[in-house]
Design a protein around this ligand. Structure first.
Ligand SMILES: Nc1ncnc2c1ncn2[C@@H]1O[C@H](COP(=O)(O)OP(=O)(O)OP(=O)(O)O)[C@@H](O)[C@H]1O
Length: 305
């Protein structure tokens, strides 16, 4: 089942058309990464899903219900985590979440029971300090707890890791992976390695629409260029290997970095074994022979070039 459906969404600010025909769907319990360069329209899309901006055309459905601009009932199904969430700094995490529970309409007992699960989940159980003394990472974890408080069907995270250091980012990414057991995550970012770490599917927003959309593994397979990295014993061997490769027609490109050579092949099915033959004929000993996965960054650059 699709928790989110975005169909033919258009949006312009004056003459500037930001979204021309945005289409995607996010299936239950998946983590969908909406990526795109700065200004591509990711936040604009998120705001429309939350009913904060009116689309110029198209429709958005959350759990089958239409999103209505202004005061949409579908927000009861959504938890939202911004890049830098704001809190009342004089409260403790428990006090703050208890207050949010009350605003959300949970009873005292419901909030208490849920916090018994939530606070350990986000690593803030037993922390009595006031929020103003929290690190950015702790605040972001508190933001996740707040966003999960109404047990949302969809958790929207807009650039949720962008302001964090690597440790803080890892904590949030791990948390989102765990959260996907209970909800569905829409995660917007321009940090592609974060997407590679946790997302099942991605949409690459470019020039107002998704230039690429689908399962991450399938996209990588489609964009797979057969690339191998060969590690030789030393730089002299690598230089020799490069000279041998330069003369072969089945090589698309070859580059050396210290004692390693990275090679792209023409027609890998036919020519894959030719490199092995050549290494053996030239008697070049190797330490490692590795088929390289295309990185999302390479795919991204390929699509938006
Ligand atoms: N209220 C507004 N009025 C006019 N232009 C706007 C408004 N909001 C956004 N824009 C423009 O729309 C474009 C998309 O902005 P948006 O914030 O959605 O991009 P983004 O992909 O989230 O970028 P970033 O990664 O930098 O946050 C930008 O060119 C931005 O300047």
């Amino acid at each position: 089942m699709n928790v989110l459906e975005v169909r033919h969404i258009q949006k312009n600010f004056g003459r500037h058309q930001v979204l021309s025909d945005l289409n995607f769907a996010v299936s239950e319990h998946s983590i969908f990464g909406l990526i795109g360069k700065n200004g591509a329209g990711k936040t604009t899309a998120m705001k429309m899903i939350l009913g904060f901006l009116r689309p110029a055309g198209g429709e958005i459905r959350v759990c089958g219900e239409n999103v209505i601009y202004g005061n949409t009932a579908t927000n009861r199904l959504i938890g939202y985590l911004p890049d830098v969430p704001e809190f009342y700094g004089y409260m403790t995490a428990r006090e703050y979440l208890t207050m949010c529970g009350r605003i959300t309409g949970l009873t005292k007992l419901q909030t208490h029971e849920w916090l018994q699960e939530l606070l350990p989940l986000v690593g803030l159980d037993g922390i009595k300090r006031r929020i103003h003394s929290f690190s950015r990472g702790m605040k972001q974890r508190l933001g996740i707890a707040q966003a999960l408080l109404n047990k949302p069907r969809l958790l929207i995270c807009d650039e949720a890791t962008s302001a964090l250091d690597p440790k803080g980012r890892k904590e949030i990414l791990d948390l989102l992976s765990v959260a996907a057991d209970q909800t569905t995550v829409l995660f917007s970012t321009h940090i592609l390695s974060d997407v590679e770490r946790i997302c099942d599917s991605i949409g690459l927003l470019h020039e107002g629409r998704l230039a690429l959309h689908g399962k991450l593994s399938e996209i990588k397979n489609t964009y797979r260029k057969e690339t191998v990295r060969i590690e030789t014993l030393n730089e002299a061997q690598a230089r020799h290997l490069l000279e041998c490769l330069d003369a072969r027609s089945f090589i698309q490109s070859a580059e050396r970095s210290q004692s390693s050579v990275t090679v792209q092949l023409h027609d890998p099915q036919k020519n894959g074994l030719k490199i092995i033959d050549m290494l053996s004929n030239e008697q070049i000993p190797i330490l490692n022979y590795e088929l390289l996965e295309p990185s999302l960054e390479n795919v991204f650059l390929d699509v938006i070039k």
